[in-house]
Design a protein around this ligand. Structure first.
Ligand code: DAT
Ligand code: MG
Length: 141
């Protein structure tokens, strides 16, 4: 039971739909702390770094286009097992499969688009969290 940090993105669809407060409310209500937070429009370089694992996938160019289409909010959340804990709050990648009660299950809906728009990103491992926090908040390193 050690405290962890995770990198969360409130993706451009979350900002555009006015869901920042609702998503941050869930994260804080769960008991996680927010140790850094910034809103900005991501550039191609940081998105390529962030999504390097998906380069070459059929949805990659749509993903980078969607993530750069407007402002997003990047934040670092802290708490015991927050990496898995936030992914539980977020729900499954596809909003149709995401359980009710989760951010994606309650607030997102599958669209007929080449990329899945699902409101949030959360790091998937300690290694990813360290790498992603360094991309979005190098000053925390
Ligand atoms: P997650 O965001 O749940 O960690 P991921 O890392 O596998 O999921 O994918 C990153 C994002 O890319 C995901 O949030 C939505 C999009 N995506 C993933 N798989 C997809 C697919 N098969 N078709 C369209 N978009 C997809
Ligand atoms: Mg992922």
């Amino acid at each position: 039971m050690t405290a962890q940090r995770t990198l969360v993105l409130l993706k451009p669809d979350a900002v555009q739909r006015g869901l920042r407060g609702e998503i941050i409310r869930r994260l804080e209500a769960k008991g996680y702390d927010i140790v850094a937070l910034a809103q900005r429009t991501a550039d191609a370089e940081e998105l390529a770094a962030h999504y390097a694992e998906h380069e070459g996938r059929p949805f990659y160019s749509g993903l980078v286009e969607y993530m750069g289409a407007g402002p997003l909010v990047a934040l670092v959340a802290e708490g015991v097992n927050v990496i898995g804990g936030f992914r539980s709050l977020a729900g499954a990648t596809n909003p149709t499969e995401a359980a009710p009660g989760t951010i994606r299950g309650d607030l997102a809906c599958e669209k007929d688009l080449p990329v899945i728009q699902n409101l949030v990103h959360g790091s998937d491992s300690e290694e990813s969290a360290a790498r992603e926090i360094d991309i979005w908040f190098p000053e925390l390193g």
